[in-house]
Design a binder for this molecule. Structure first.
Ligand SMILES: [Zn+2]
Length: 157
């Protein structure tokens, strides 16, 4: 089911959620940089088992961008690109995030997996999620709270 708050489109140089809280979107230049970083890091994915490359870039509250790619072990276990970016950011002292972009060679724009949604939502439940595919300029935008409306826990227990 496609959530009504999702926005699909063809990238034309201007990003918009078309939502009342659009003013909370990072500036277009920042989102464009975020997306470029996701594409760039995807090339460094280590995927000896699946061959499925994912790149992700995370915009921290400080304005810094952290990128991550998926890394597989020979037994098929893996670390997702989104969580790789998150771990790198947290290790550098970041704990607030406003947007994440993910890209893969998929028929439709790639959405973060459930485990990554939980991790990202714990830090930034209303962050903007930019979903992309290498196959076209089609994209999908959503708030994390719409992709992941009911986290396992909310904040520290
Ligand atoms: Zn994931």
């Amino acid at each position: 089911m496609i959530h009504e708050r999702h926005r699909f489109g063809q990238y034309t140089g201007q990003w918009t959620l078309g939502l009342p809280d659009d003013e909370l979107l990072p500036p277009t230049a920042v989102l464009t940089d975020l997306i470029a970083r996701a594409h760039e890091v995807r090339r460094r994915a280590h995927v000896p088992v699946s061959g499925f490359r994912v790149g992700s870039a995370l915009l921290a509250g400080s304005g810094r961008i952290f990128s991550g790619c998926n890394v597989e072990a020979s037994n098929g276990t893996s670390i997702c690109a989104e969580r790789a970016a998150l771990v790198a950011a947290v290790a550098e002292g970041e704990n607030a995030f406003s947007a994440v972009a993910s890209v893969a060679d998929t028929p439709a724009p790639l959405a973060p997996c459930g485990q990554c949604r939980q991790h990202l939502s714990d830090f930034a439940p209303s962050m903007v999620v930019v979903m992309l595919t290498t196959r076209s300029s089609q994209y999908e935008l959503a708030r994390m709270s719409d992709l992941f409306p009911r986290p396992n826990f909310k904040g520290r227990q």
